[in-house]
Design a protein around this ligand. Structure first.
Ligand SMILES: [Zn+2]
Length: 203
């Protein structure tokens, strides 16, 4: 419960960050972290195309450097991209100056006004600096698809249990998550559509 849904104290400590976009309409924001990689991301793109869904990909700069064609594919298929640092580093482990420099390095490859901190960890001064330039997109439903202790059905159950209007859902186009994600994502999309949810990207 604590992991799937961020505790309220986080929201207070992280001023100006976005955890959910409350809405009267049934809509959700599908997001994918840690790609792009050729082993997983194209599979996600094909699946999304099949349903005509647009999503947001928070990309690791070093992956964009290694796999520019996969990154270009994300853009060409009309999805939104966000900065997820160059080396997938945690803000609390770095001085603000170095953390911001790593994000800046990623920004040379990823043109975007969206940012998501790896592991959701940042120091307050980092947030205060970043929020001038970026919309800092957090989440309210972490599927935990990356966890070896999760099953695809467990991931699907998290989606069913916690999704509300305007929810921001996190999946991962990563090697660690693909075992769960490849099963749970299609189940989740089918369920969300059946429940009447539309898929939005961040304005
Ligand atoms: Zn990440």
């Amino acid at each position: 419960m604590f992991i799937e849904q961020p505790p309220w104290i986080y929201r207070v400590l992280f001023p100006g960050t976005i955890w959910r976009l409350p809405s009267k309409e049934k809509c959700v924001y599908l997001t994918f972290d840690d790609g792009p990689i050729p082993e997983v991301t194209p599979w996600v793109l094909d699946l999304l195309d099949r349903y005509n869904i647009k999503a947001t990909f928070f990309c690791v700069g070093d992956n964009v450097r290694k796999y520019p064609e996969t990154y270009q594919e994300v853009l060409d298929r009309g999805h939104r991209v966000g900065n997820h640092t160059f080396n997938h580093i945690q803000g609390i482990k770095f001085w603000t100056k170095n953390y911001l420099a790593n994000i800046e390095k990623a920004a040379e490859l990823i043109q975007t006004d969206l940012f998501r901190p790896p592991h959701g960890h940042m120091r307050r001064p980092q947030i205060l600096r970043l929020r001038h330039r970026y919309k800092i997109i957090m989440w309210d439903v972490v599927t935990r698809d990356y966890s070896p202790h999760m099953t695809p059905n467990g991931v699907f159950n998290v989606v069913k249990r916690y999704t509300r209007n305007g929810s921001i859902l996190v999946f991962h186009d990563s090697l660690k998550a693909e075992k769960n994600m490849r099963e749970a994502l299609p189940l989740s999309i089918e369920w969300l559509l059946k429940e009447g949810y539309r898929f939005e990207v961040f304005k």
